[in-house]
Design a protein around this ligand. Structure first.
Ligand SMILES: Nc1ncnc2c1ncn2[C@@H]1O[C@H](COP(=O)(O)OP(=O)(O)OP(=O)(O)O)[C@@H](O)[C@H]1O
Length: 521
């Protein structure tokens, strides 16, 4: 909770002030009650006015604003989370896309803290203060009535809860049993097919599914019924209040309405607590990451001037893929690697980035043997991009933020290299949601975004594997210009069959069991 306060300080502050809208109806009812139990008539008018204004104000203004603050606070948390992730992973592309997705969803859910919890807590507090005041003023009856109502509501809720969880449990057991049956049948599928028992299996599966569907529907019906019961109680209280406004019951009516406000806010708190509970494991991860120690310093040279592959060999299952491969990468020009499918180009890149160890030979970065360093440490200086990049389903902007949390540097970099020009044609621009692994973008746009993300990580060494297969000619030329310019200061090895890419290279190597220099400018 304290972390939520910490990250949305500004929003919590505003919500506290604006929650005054939530307090106003309560104050209004207090004035109304005072007027009705014998105080000056003007108080009745004042009370009615305040109630009307407050109700209008809270519906027209506060709700929308709370929503905006919830959004602003979660955006801030998103940013902090992605920045920590980028630092922790030391540029490693997060391989657990689903975890990332889960964490970001959990952050979205905490918006409720800013737009539900703060106003609801204040509303509950204000209602209680008024109830106490009224009970002191009106003696025991006003005090006992609402408290009695609360007890009844609590008992009804308790009853409903135990009923719902019993049904939930029954439904879950049914679900597990169904899953078990399915797995068993799947295990014996070959037998089923041999005995042509497919139809029987189909019938059994259909009847199990139907039973499961009915059980689920019953749970949903019970949950709906409990919700209707709560709402019914709240609205009945509100409905009864005006009937009792005339005469000496005015104070009690105010108490009823206050109680209804209390219950409405209580229901909001219930929603919030349910939402947060379901996200607790993910939130623990998120805040654990935010509080974890920052960047681990890499021992590898931050600005290496030479990468040497010395007499390297790779083999799978004792089958040699290539041997005696020696290669030097240095700033000052692009190095391209080509070769037939399956000749081992990707494997060669994997030897450099540490995903695979060479069967023989060594790879040195400014004279330091890379074998001494973990794959994670290598990833802090070596960036790799393949033909199937990993993106997450946020917006283009949030994906880029993961690669480079520094807004100014990110903007300057993209502007300098004129990258991602296609964004101008997207209606939502940088805020375009790209879907899981960027599926809402075209393959070429996905590839361009992934390359921009890689280059934003600002590594001294880049390994590119067939990154322009889905990219059009014009964009390929542009990417070549960018990568070509960067190759003057960076060490870049690009695997490509494309003659256009090869034409831009200062050295072109061909891999076919061994490595041979094929050409270059
Ligand atoms: N983990 C592995 N286990 C066994 N064999 C593998 C493994 N990874 C790759 N290979 C084999 O090694 C050979 C080279 O694969 P690699 O992906 O390096 O080739 P490539 O030159 O990049 O091919 P392409 O041009 O199609 O991308 C292939 O025959 C492949 O089947």
């Amino acid at each position: 909770m304290s972390q939520l306060f910490h990250y949305g300080k500004e929003q919590v502050g505003r919500a506290l002030v604006e929650s005054g809208w939530g307090w106003l109806p309560t104050v209004g009812w207090a004035l109304l009650a005072a007027g009705l139990i014998g105080q000056p008539r003007e108080l009745v008018w004042a009370g009615s006015g305040v109630v009307a204004c407050a109700a209008l104000g809270s519906w027209l203004v506060a709700r929308r604003r709370f929503h905006a603050w919830g959004l602003a606070a979660t955006t801030q948390l998103h940013g902090a989370y992605l920045a920590s992730l980028a630092r922790r992973a030391e540029g490693r592309t997060p391989d657990a896309g689903t975890t990332l997705q889960r964490d970001l969803t959990a952050i979205d859910k905490v918006a409720g803290f800013y737009n539900v919890l703060v106003p609801a807590v204040l509303g509950v507090g204000a209602s209680w203060v008024l109830l106490m005041g009224l009970s002191l003023w009106q003696h025991s009856l006003v005090a006992t009535l609402p408290i009695g109502c609360l007890v009844v509501v609590a008992l009804v809720l308790r009853l409903l809860t135990s009923r719902v969880s019993r049904r939930d449990r029954a439904c879950l057991h049914r679900f597990v049993a169904l899953g078990q049956l399915f797995l068993e049948t799947l295990g014996g599928l070959t037998t089923l097919v041999s005995y042509e028992a497919g139809t029987l299996f189909g019938q059994r599966f259909a009847s199990q599914s139907e039973r499961f569907r009915r059980a689920t529907m019953r749970v949903l019906q019970t949950q709906l019924a409990s919700l209707i019961a709560i709402n019914g109680l709240v609205y009945l209280t509100l409905l009864l209040a005006p009937l009792a406004l005339r005469g000496p019951l005015g104070g009690r009516a105010a108490a009823f309405v206050t109680l209804a406000t209390l219950m409405l806010n209580g229901r909001q708190l219930g929603y919030f607590s349910h939402g947060i509970k379901s996200q607790r494991p993910a939130l623990r991860e998120v805040f654990g990451l935010l509080e974890a120690a920052p960047r681990v310093t890499a021992d590898l040279p931050a600005h290496p001037q030479q990468l040497v592959m010395r007499d390297c060999a790779a083999a799978f299952d004792d089958q040699s893929l290539f041997k005696n491969v020696s290669l030097t990468l240095a700033p000052g020009g692009l190095t391209v690697l080509c070769g037939a499918n399956g000749s081992g180009k990707t494997t060669l890149l994997n030897l450099i980035n540490g995903s695979r160890e060479p069967a023989r030979g060594a790879i040195l970065l400014d004279g330091q043997d890379l074998a001494q360093f973990s794959a994670q440490k290598r990833a802090s200086v070596i960036g790799t991009l393949g033909p199937a990049p990993q993106l997450f389903s946020g917006t283009i902007a949030s994906n880029l933020k993961l690669a480079c949390p520094d807004d100014a540097r990110r903007r300057a970099f993209l502007a300098r290299w004129q990258l991602l020009a296609f964004i101008r044609d997207l209606p939502a621009g940088w805020n375009t949601v790209i879907g899981e692994n960027g599926r809402l973008l075209s393959p070429g746009q996905r590839q361009e975004l992934a390359l921009a993300m890689l280059l934003l990580t600002d590594k001294p060494v880049y390994l590119l594997d067939e990154i322009t297969t889905s990219v059009d000619r014009r964009t390929t030329k542009h990417l070549l210009d960018v990568v070509g310019a960067l190759s003057r200061s960076h060490l870049i090895l690009w695997v490509s069959h494309d003659p256009l890419v090869q034409a831009h290279a200062s050295k072109v190597y061909q891999l076919a069991g061994q490595l041979a220099l094929k050409g270059g400018r």
